[in-house]
Ligand binder design. Sequence first.
Ligand code: SF4
Ligand code: SF4
Ligand code: SF4
Length: 292
Amino acid sequence: MKEADYKELKKGGMMRQREAGHFSVRLHVVGGQMTTGQLCAIREAADRFGKGTVHLTTRQGMEIPSVPTESLASLKEFLSDSGVGVGVCGPTVRTVTACQGCRICPSGAIDSPALADAVDREFYGKPVPHKFKVGISGCANNCMKAEENDIGIKGWIGPAWNKEGCTFCGVCEAVCPTKIVKVSEDDGRVSVDLAGCIGCGDCIEACPTGAMEEETRGCQIFAGGKFGRVPSLGKRILGVLRSGEEAIAAIRAAVDFFRIHGKPRERFGDTLRRTGFEALENHMTERMGKSA
Ligand code: SF4
Ligand code: SF4
Ligand code: SF4
């Protein structure tokens, strides 16, 4: 097989293995969700076309290793008939990762799988200058490590203090993990330095009287993170996004920015270090019609 053919196969999620004439076939998994029907089909595919094993990847994906070259076409057809997509590689928007979100997890602020589906529908496999990963955490606990992604989303529950009903018990100050709540009975006030708030909502949940109220629920967005050889954490951009639609509009604007300013084989974070994060925020603000 020619090198060009290997490259073409890789783009379609079929990775050449060390063992000559064999491939590890990447599957299309969205936000870590699979139906039992898909899992049964994958098991059968691994038995029939591979060596009876499946590899779980670090990004909630699955691969069927040890598939001989001559079985690739039949495997693809079998998977497609069974409702299982084949993954992508190369300079494209990759599989989106997500936690279980607010429909399952009691801590969840947003519906991470629903947002992952929406991201996947619009962006999966679309061309960009280099690989582009999106990860979605449903709350500030950040199980999906939002900052390690080119675009990371993290659920947000933000507080506002209401003097009515406050007994100055000090619970909100005690539970705040970032120590930005200050209770002063002498001054008759509770202050929250929102610049340092991580949107965990703990002060709201812990307040015994309801005086610490939920003011904002939505998500935060981080740009330019990556792992690999030279890891770097994404930086928080824009304010709180209030809906899934707003989050999708933000990702659309970020992808658009990357297409305009990114160089081939340059990760999004490196593009942003060249252009400045402010340029991205300005672009997104303009595209989304939103204040940064
Ligand atoms: S990030 Fe939050 S919502 Fe998602 S699984 Fe973790 S604790 Fe639950
Ligand atoms: S926990 Fe509630 S009642 Fe207690 S000081 Fe904070 S806002 Fe006031
Ligand atoms: S939401 Fe979390 S970080 Fe923000 S003030 Fe409340 S406890 Fe502190």
